[in-house]
Design a protein around this ligand. Sequence first.
Ligand code: HEC
Length: 209
Amino acid sequence: MHKTLIAAACAAVLAGCAGTGPSGSASDAAVRAKAVETMKTSFKERGIAKLDRLDQDETQSVCSQYSTAAPPKEVAERIEKANMALVKPPSDGKYLGDWKRGEQIAQRGTGFQYSDTRETPVGGNCYACHELSKAEISYGTIGPSLHNFAKIRGYGPDIQKYAWGKVYNAHAYTACSFMPRFGAQGILSEQQLKDVVALLMDPESPVNK
Ligand code: HEC
């Protein structure tokens, strides 16, 4: 009896997983639709956090079809190209703001949470995923350490442009990045983006000390 049940469960799993590719069979689509439905019934709206946050855009939905963060090369290139097109350079052409303000933005985790209002100052929450300086004793490690970012990469205009683009829209460089798209999704303002880029690029910033 037990064995039969287990065999039946395995068959169902296989049927759900079999297909020609990640976007393959009709049963894959059905499993994905069921997962979305389950999430939508499990989450509750609270404050400014509405259920539309569960709606995936094209990039997220393609990335969700792969079990690792790395889709096939041609898919990755397509996603990166589409996201690169969304990167807007600063209106005055200057990438660097004030690193001291940038540090406050990087250390601030508020904004867009259910307990925030629309007036709550928005931060970049960078420290939750990155080490930023040696003085830091508590930081997340989802992302690589950014300590000595410009000291290692260089302080020149190419790296400034890369830092801007990366913070503006990480998916332009890493198709299925876990990093928020701070510019492309309007999380940080143009001035805040410049301040954060200065935090990464200024030789006097604790990032490069
Ligand atoms: C939810 C986690 C998360 C948050 C929050 C986050 N990042 Fe990232 N970041 C990542 C991950 C993961 C990577 C590595 C994958 C990639 O390159 O996209 C990364 C990569 C980077 C890189 C590229 C590093 C390199 O050596 O090329 C930079 C620069 C960066 N992040 C800056 C920032 C800044 C500045 C902030 C805050 C405004 C921030 N990140 C917030 C997860 C995060």
